[in-house]
Design a protein around this ligand. Sequence first.
Ligand code: NAD
Ligand code: 0WE
Length: 255
Amino acid sequence: MGLMDGKRGVIFGVANEKSIAWGVAQQLRSAGAELAFTFLNEALEKRVRPLAESLESKIILPCDVAVDDDIASVFKELERQWGTIDFVVHAVAFARREDLKNPFSQTSREGFALAMDVSAYSLVAMARFAIPLMPEGGSIVSMSYLGAVMAVPGYNVMGVAKAALESSVRYLAAELGKQNIRVNAVSAGPIKTLAASGIGNFNDKLHVMEERSPLGRTVTQEEVGKATLYLLSDLASGVTGEVHYVDSGFNISAG
Ligand code: NAD
Ligand code: 0WE
């Protein structure tokens, strides 16, 4: 008997076995959920397909979340194969490398729009296409970071995008509560993933975290996965519009 027996959903954002989305997928599968996956491009398909198949997934689809037609195609295929779904995991973010390196004031209009589009608007688009597949309700969880609410050095335009993402979580939750669709975010502490490996001095950030956080260590993909499992399950049936911190307590002790 699993917490997610009989539940089906889609996970956006697995790039490899280090992805936070993969930590979430493993927890969901262990709890009995049936999973569909998306991948950004052919290079990533090579990584994602074997991972998805190792969890007995049969629905593995391409999706650039900056393209509405791609998102529409994913949910169309889920409707064709499953009829309805119970959950969506949004674990996608992107900003131009130079916008995470240069001073924030130098962010270009295009760079700002791209970060917002891929990292924040994509959640709204996913919700839009998921709603018709959740006639009895459902649960949507996205991934955020402390940089949404504090000016973390170097996080820059991604912090602005995460602020928009967290606000979108609240507006979606407020609107969709009547349809029993819950929308939440997990705010994770720094974890060494593909996205993080593109950040200069990321190891220094991990060490600061280890020194200053109440638990005295960084968090794992598994721990983020467990919190996400909770939010997607009926254990969290009364929880919506929340940003749930899984960051070793750093948010209460930073500085
Ligand atoms: P990751 O690189 O494993 O995952 C990021 C994913 O975003 C990749 O699968 C990539 O393919 C996907 N992506 C980027 N642009 C896309 C697009 N246009 N269309 C579709 N997919 C696209 O890194 P991660 O750290 O697991 O990141 C997952 C989420 O967790 C992100 O939202 C990130 O901001 C968030 N997060 C990460 C950390 C951390 O320290 N690693 C901390 C807090 C929150
Ligand atoms: O959300 C993120 C990082 C997301 C990300 C990473 C990259 C690297 C490669 C978005 N876009 C890109 N673009 C690239 O070209 N995190 C929460 C991880 C992260 O990034 C930081 C952090 C943390 C934590 C940047 C500065 C300070 C802390």
